[in-house]
Every structure is written in C-alpha cells, then in structure tokens.
Design a protein around this ligand. Sequence first.
Ligand code: 6PG
Length: 502
Amino acid sequence: AGCDIGLIGAGVMGKSLTLNLADHGYRVAVFDRDPNRLDALHDQDAAERGDRPTRLHGCSTYPQLLAQLPTPRIILLSIPAGKPVDEVCQRLIAAGIGTEDIVVDTGNSLWSDSQAREQHYRSHFIFFSTAVSGGEVGARFGPSLMPSGCPAAWSRLQPIWEAIAAKVDPESGQPIESRVPGKPVTGGEPCAAYIGPGGSGHYVKMVHNGIEYADMQMICEAYQIMRDALGMQPAAIAAVFAQWNRGVLNSYLIEISAEILATTDADSGLPLVDIILDKAGQKGTGLWTAVSSLQLGIPAPSIAEAVAARSLSALKPERMIASGVLAGPQAAPPPDHQKHAHIEALHDALYCAKLCVYAQGFQLMRCAAREQGWTLNFAAIASIWRAGCIIRARFLHAIREAFACDPDLQNLLLAPYFAKQLAARQHNWRQAVAHAALSGIPIAALGSALSYYDAYRTAVLPANLLQAQRDFFGAHRFERIDRDEGTLYHCEWSLPGRPLTH
Ligand code: 6PG
C-alpha cells in the first residue's frame, strides 16, 4: 500500500485532480483502462515536477489499484456521469472493495442518482459524492468542491478537499490564485464546504450549472447587442468586457469572454469568435435545473430560457431558412454619441439580470432543501462559489453577506442591499431590454429576468383572470379575496345570474 488515495479515470479532470493532490503531498494510485491516458498523466507529471520524485502510481487493473491503498480506502471517480459510475462501482465490488472504503463520485452526476447510489452500495462500500467545478484549470490548481454524503466519510475527506480546493482571501473575498505546479496556495479560506446528506452536493452543483448557463447566455446576449445593434467589432466588445470586469460585474465568465473576443485566428487573421459556428452544445445539467424548477414550482425562467436558447441555436439550418422568410425591424445603429449610454444601460441590465438568476437559483435550492429535509447553508454555498468555480464572481461575496445576515432570506432580491441596487439600475435595464427588442435582438435571459423581477414585485398579477378561465372551462374553482383563505368557489358561468357556490 504505497499510496494514500486512489483515482479512477485519468481524463482531463481526473488528470488535473491527481496532479493537484500530488502538489499537496498525497500519493495517488491512478487507474485508467486506457494506457495512453496514464502515459499522458505521467508525461505531464514529469514535465511539471522536474527532478522531484513522483507521487503517482499508474495501475492497469482494479485489484492493483486496491492493493496500492491503505484500508479503509479512499477512491475518487472521475468518469462520465450515468452508467459508467455504476459499471466502475461493480468492478470495485468484484475486485474486493471493503465496506469501510469510501468511493467518491466527482463527476456531474444527477443528484437523485447519487442519492440512490448511497443506499444501493451501502452493503459494499460507502458511496460519497463531491461535485467539482472549475474545469481543467480549476481541478489542477484549486476547484470549488461541493461534497455530500455520510458525515463520517466527510471527516476523512475534509482535510484533503480543503487542501486542494481554491482559496479565498477572507478579508476581500477575492480568489488567491497560483498557477505554478508544485507551489500551491497556502492559507486563505478553502472553497470546500460539506453541503449535506447524499445527493445534496450534486443538487447544489446542478443549480450552479443552471446559473452558469444563464450567466453565459446573458453575456452572449450583451455581445450580440453590441455586435448587431451597436455595430461593434469583437476587439471593441472585448474592451468593454475587460472594463466591466474591473467593476461590479467582475467574474471569470466576463474575464474569459473579453479574452475570447480579443483573440484572432492564426490562419485567417480574423477574430476567432467570428469563425466559430453559432451552434451551442449542452450536456444536460442546465436542463436538469430547469426540470427541477418546474417540478418544484419554483420559477427559474432565465435558466430555462438559457437552455432553450442553446436548443434554438442548434437549429442552424432552420434558422438560416427563417432568416430569409421572417421579417425583423428596420433598425439602424444609434449615432456614435449615443453608444456610450447604450453600453452603460447594457452593463446595468447584465448586473440586474444576473442578480435575478442567482435569486432564482438560491430560491430553488431553498425549496429543494425543504422537500428533501436538507439543511443547506446558503452563506457557505455562496462562499465556496467565490473562487475555483465557473460562476465565480465578485458579487458572490455580497450574496454571502446577505445570507449571513439573514439565513432564512426567502429571495435574494429582498436583501436590502440588492433591492437598492435593483432600484438604482432598473431604468437602464429596461432601456437595454427595450432597445434590444426594438432592434430585433433576442434577449431570452436578459428579458426573462426582467419579467421575473416585475412579476415578483407585483402585488396583483393577472392570475385572477386565469383562475376564472380555469373555472369557466373546467370547474377548477377559485379563492375569493373577500372571503376566508382556502375556501374554494365555483361560478355557474352559463347560468343566468352566474350563481357562486362553494
Ligand atoms: C464546471 C462546469 C463543468 C462543465 C459543464 C458544462 O462547473 O466546471 O459546469 O461542470 O463545463 O458540464 O456543461 P455543458 O457542456 O452542458 O455546457
């Protein structure tokens, strides 16, 4: 047993997690059924560590992997979600894994699968899960980690996860970053917090991804408005994003968008973004978030719209035809002296809409927690999203403060700080949405967030008419505002005098 931890799956994420663990002094036994991947891992390890001795041990069979680890073992799975997780679990059982051993799923598994697996494998080993965000670089130098499952397993994993996680400066709430192999960040608050019982960590990660989808979509809408309604070139848009990244919109996604838009294609010399096909892919986590929100009856429209926007983008051939058939408005770009005001308005629109998306995501987690009997610490969740993960953003520090002040906060928009921010910027947000609509630019996420805001702050919605319609055609009954809550009435709409019964 020459190693401390086992890892199965030396793909992009597994390789990076392995090297991160090794940087923190852990000796890792790595299994991959593809020997080329183990070779690639060894090559990267050798290139990064120079003449320091390696901490990695490649294994070509499951029994070899188990033999490298002291009992009770810790084995991380870094494999695609779904069937492969169960296949590997079965192989570990066949190879003789012990009941006290801990198997940690680090993939993007569906939260309810993780919940079921914890039960399913309990007589064979302890199934624990840890959702990982941050992509390849995050996994290599500090991801955000969302662990959940049996508390005893967490006690064993905690020091490991806290060592390899991204770190935040406790004073400023800003990430502390190091991208130097062998020289990890020491100190700072780790972006790893125990989320709760089995499945809860993957639920939180799923919502993270839903927010990620909406955040990306909103940035793309801002880009399209600048490109098509303001007639700006990628380099100019890159400069706007870079400037926004210095203020309240500071975030990883804005930062990389600026970098992407400033990149030119080496062959053609054209902006690289201009030669990328406008057809979005998706692996399902955004869809799961939207489905969960619909099932729980907690609106997350901007997340659902972001999923739909990807699907619409994928209908490229149909859109090509429709572009020649369906009319749009005749809109000319505004004169140069007005562009600055449009860009300012867009900035505020992005900020306000982003706030609504987080409000949707946190409210969804709040409801899921109630349904599942989880006690989620929202301040801690906001804390561990401040660094390492894809949605890391400066304003997560303010979200953390809001939940720290009021852990029962029903909706983030109601936090006094954010309510004030929205009040101050809503006019610009409306201007930007109106300008986009008049210019014929789709604003699925920016616009749906505004509708969400307006619906949420409206005391009397038109659902009175809707209830009447339901009662008219289906006798579904309605409550009256002038009678006891909960008493249901039906109107005999077709009878003279329209008598009411209850
Ligand atoms: C992360 C990302 C990561 C991955 C998503 C992207 O937090 O590190 O969310 O999990 O990039 O799977 O999903 P799509 O392929 O659906 O965009």
